[in-house]
Design a protein around this ligand. Structure first.
Ligand SMILES: Cc1cc2nc3c(=O)[nH]c(=O)nc-3n(C[C@H](O)[C@H](O)[C@H](O)COP(=O)(O)O)c2cc1C
Length: 255
């Protein structure tokens, strides 16, 4: 596959990033509190919009809670099998309290919703990189937005907190971890100076084939349009159409 980002330069961080694969199969082996703390401490150094730190991380080790979270996420077995589940939440509750300490009220807006969701995304990504640098494996779980209110009740969230995504974390069962998934050609996603005017279709077709070969090698989905096909089927109607109303009920503004 063509790429315009090939390089011989590397650092321990880029090596960790270049080794990334989502891990959904775990050994029955604990992640020590010390290692988890190191991961969380490093993740908390992430940049955060205007230093507002509008996120919270919920650490779940309890098997029964993980079981219920798995059901909420559409029966994702790795949530049960992982040693630690992390919930990365947008949190404007604490922000509201800080503002009330000055006799003011938080003016909620789409911007505060976006800022808190981006903060949650950044801290979670840092946690994943830190975890992978220790040799742990992880997979993010957007399925946690299938039932945001139920997840909030289960985890005891106040108003103004929703789980943007979860993460299953543990020691990988490498024999059951697939090889790295090919990425879209760099030319499709990296634009030099201005957005490319080139027709993306030939490179999308090229990627469809590469991904089909990847799945074929694992005796999975042999559909030739392995990327665009499933996306077309999945996104031809709105995903999670309830989200706007649900998040508004949970204390977020989307206008
Ligand atoms: C925000 C987000 C949510 C995701 N949600 C899920 C999920 O619910 N279940 C799952 O198995 N994988 C989930 N993934 C993992 C992606 O499927 C995975 O990153 C993608 O297929 C690329 O594969 P790779 O990470 O192994 O390179 C999620 C990834 C992200 C970034």
């Amino acid at each position: 596959m063509t790429t315009n980002t090939q390089t011989n330069l590397s650092t321990p961080v880029t090596e960790t990033l270049n080794r990334h694969v989502s891990v959904r199969a775990f050994q029955n082996k604990p992640v020590s509190d010390e290692m988890l703390n190191a991961i969380l401490a490093a993740a908390r150094r992430s940049p955060t919009s205007s230093n507002m730190q509008t996120y919270s991380i919920v650490v779940v080790r309890d098997p029964e809670t993980k079981k219920q979270l798995s059901v909420l996420a559409g029966n994702q077995q790795h949530i049960i099998d992982c040693d630690v589940f992390l919930g990365f939440c947008a949190d404007i509750n604490r922000l509201g309290i800080a503002i009330e300490m000055h006799g003011e009220a938080l003016a909620k807006s789409l911007e505060t919703t976006l800022v808190s969701s981006v903060d949650a995304a950044l801290v979670g990504m840092s946690a994943q990189i830190a975890a992978e640098s220790f040799g742990l494996g992880a997979v993010m779980i957007g399925g946690m937005r299938n039932h945001p209110q139920e997840a909030a009740e289960l985890l005891g969230f106040p108003q103004g907190v929703y789980i943007v995504y979860g993460m299953s974390l543990g020691w990988p069962a490498w024999d059951d971890v697939p090889p790295q998934k090919p990425r879209l050609p760099a030319e499709l996603v990296i634009h030099r100076e201005r957005y490319s005017q080139n027709d993306p279709r030939p490179l999308i077709r090229e990627y469809d084939e590469a991904l089909a070969d990847y799945y074929g090698e694992q005796n999975r989905n042999q559909h030739r349009a392995a990327w665009s096909g499933p996306i077309a089927r999945r996104l031809n109607s709105p995903r999670r159409p309830f989200l706007k109303a649900t998040l508004e009920k949970m204390g977020f503004n989307l206008d």
